[in-house]
Design a protein around this ligand. Structure first.
Ligand code: P6P
Length: 344
């Protein structure tokens, strides 16, 4: 008896729905070996963290302890929002009893958090900003989570985590979650950038776009112009040129993940220069700029601190900050040219 088959369209849709994060990692690595399985399980758990955070954000306005501030100040000197604390704990909780991640280094914690049961065998360290742009939570605007995965180079008995103070080109995976109209998970293992969309009816992240490429140039510049007079002159020259050009638009949401995602899809450049208030820059190198730079370069774009590629910048401390210029290669080059031109 001939085997009954479903239509080509249904087969394609079924295959897409089955291309979950865990399967995609194995396809990317072309391996079913232990390391591939570990990375596959790790990405699946990041997906679980994203679903837990997305769920709480979706009814933040309806539950008592989701919006607003805790009253504490974090290691960054910033007021801590209740959702920051929740999101930070979610990542810790999903990696307990995983045997995967020994250490978690977060914007919200002065020192890395060690998961003792994982540490003798845990191959990886997760660096993350659990809720990027959290000031947007109370006004229901986009926020995100940013993550980077590094290999645990040795068993860090002194808990000093010196091995984390290495340039971003040591990352083995990086990505972000964008909590927006839909919940997206964008990641790379160093073999291109891939976009997953959370299908609420399945409760799974499903592959939506493979090998995303940032356009060579774009007509969007994303920067907080409120800092205009605090910048080095070269940035002001660049913005004046953008104001002069026809067809260029400023777009800025206050959340790096949302602003970068727009650049990834449509081209252009995001910049957070050093300012008088933040002379080293505001964004954090190890768990904001470096993961985003990894993605930008994987998508054919660039990421610079104004002097050098972000991925070669040497961190001096876990919570180091840096200037960030990231996006289409031609646009990053143009910003750097404006900076070079203005050097006295
Ligand atoms: P400003 C959010 O606090 C963040 O770390 C990034 O997500 C965002 O791009 C930037 O800071 C916004 O900073 O000074 O423009 O509010």
């Amino acid at each position: 008896m001939a085997q009954a088959t479903i239509s080509e369209t249904h087969t394609r849709d079924l295959d897409r729905d089955c291309t979950t994060l865990s399967r995609h990692v194995l396809e990317q690595l072309q391996s079913f070996g232990p390391e591939a399985q570990d990375l596959s399980a790790l990405m699946q758990r990041i997906g679980l963290a994203a679903k837990l955070i997305a769920r709480r954000l979706s009814h933040a306005g309806l539950v008592d302890d989701a919006l607003g501030f805790t009253g504490e100040i974090n290691v960054q000197g910033e007021a801590v929002k209740r959702m920051d604390v929740y999101a930070n704990q979610v990542f810790i909780s999903v990696f307990r009893q995983s045997g995967l991640v020994c250490r978690l280094a977060s914007e919200e914690m002065e020192k890395p958090y060690y998961i003792p049961e994982n540490c003798p065998i845990g191959r990886y360290t997760l660096l993350y900003d659990p809720l990027d742009g959290s000031a947007n939570v109370d006004v229901d605007l986009n926020v995100g989570s940013i993550f980077a995965v590094r290999r645990q180079e040795f068993y860090d008995e002194s808990h000093e985590a010196r091995d984390l103070l290495q340039p971003g080109d040591r990352q083995i995976a990086a990505g972000y979650v964008l909590y927006g109209a839909s919940t997206l998970l964008v990641y790379s293992l160093g073999q291109g950038v891939h976009v997953f969309v959370l299908d609420p009816s399945l409760g799974e992240f499903v592959l939506a776009q493979s090998d995303v490429q940032i356009p060579e140039s774009g007509q969007i510049y994303s920067v907080n112009e409120g800092n205009f007079w605090q910048w080095p002159e070269g940035y002001r020259q660049y913005i004046r040129e953008m104001h002069r050009r026809e067809g260029y638009s400023g777009r800025y949401s206050g959340a790096l993940v949302a602003d970068f995602h727009r650049i990834l899809m449509q081209g252009g450049v995001f910049l957070y220069p050093e300012t008088v208030k933040n002379p080293a820059g505001k964004l954090r190198l190890l768990y904001e700029a470096a993961p985003m730079a990894f993605l930008a370069e994987q998508a054919g774009g660039k990421a610079s601190d104004g002097q050098q590629p972000i991925l070669v910048r040497q961190p001096q401390a876990l919570h180091d900050r840096c200037p960030l210029i990231i996006g289409s290669a031609a646009d990053v080059d143009f910003v750097e040219a404006c900076l070079a031109e203005s050097v006295p």
